[in-house]
Ligand binder design. Sequence first.
Ligand code: SF4
Length: 341
Amino acid sequence: MNAATLAPEDINQNVTGSPAKRVLLLKPRGFCAGVVRAVDIVKIALDTFGAPIYVRKEIVHNSYVVNDLAGKGAIFVNELDEVPAGARVIYSAHGVSPAVREHAKERGLKVIDATCPLVTKVHVEAIKFAKQGYSLVLVGHRDHEEVEGTQGEAPTVTQVVSTVEEVAALVVPDPNKVAYLTQTTLSLDEARYMIEALKKKFPNIVGPHAQDICYATENRQTAVKNVAHGADVVLVVGSRNSSNSNRLVEVSQNLGTNSYLIDKAEDIRAEWIENVSTVAITAGASAPEILVQDVVQYLQGKGYGSVEEVEVMPENVRFGLPPEIVQAIASAPPIARDVTA
Ligand code: SF4
């Protein structure tokens, strides 16, 4: 099915089909401010400098977004060695370690940093705690790029933990000088559980002033918590490697409501919605709205006669562009500036 725009009049009103079968469209859902910014950065860089533009790792964890940008001339690489010396490279929203930044310098690469400011906040905290002599415990998934980047800020004093068993096994030089940080996209409940375990083991442990789990992760989980009890199934639009999307599935399942992660409408299995009257739909922070609309249309085609948008809370966060992009736009020839207008 081709993605198409869902007109506002299609929301909050009955369409052809059974009114007994309804769709609840959760809000907020989908793109967060960090993802909007990262995708804009790649698009503006392509418009301003022309293709190819190299991007280290997936700019955000969504296959539709990555394929779309690749079609416009972005080249996604796993490591900087794959970028020709002197070329322009963009760091993904998940951030990079100082070792990667150093490597880019050695290779003479022109860097544009699309790291989400809320990931940068965690990096800054890691640097601060390490400078103050703390042992750092980073709660997160060690194979995730964000965790690799944060750990890289203070690799010799940082240990990553993902389970309470790993917390129990922690060994540090001074149990009274320990600080914790978390990945930005964890489950709020899981993070609370882990932090409680850390506080039990290290009663004097300190943490960030404000939680590291970002507003977008929290808001999307809160929306699922508010609506899951009234739905038979929660469909989460997002890619397999998207941490916050996976957490949304877990939040729903923990509340006893079946939930499935889908990249696109075609992934929906007939048995998931057999005899199901209410389907709730949400989307991870890196999943574009066009895919959500596709899912809504698919369900309408299956007889879901009512589509109701359920706004659990307003969300109006925006991040500014990085200075490299602002300067590039300002100094670009007039024709290139027109393209980005
Ligand atoms: S999910 Fe949160 S931390 Fe990640 S890019 Fe979005 S706002 Fe930033």
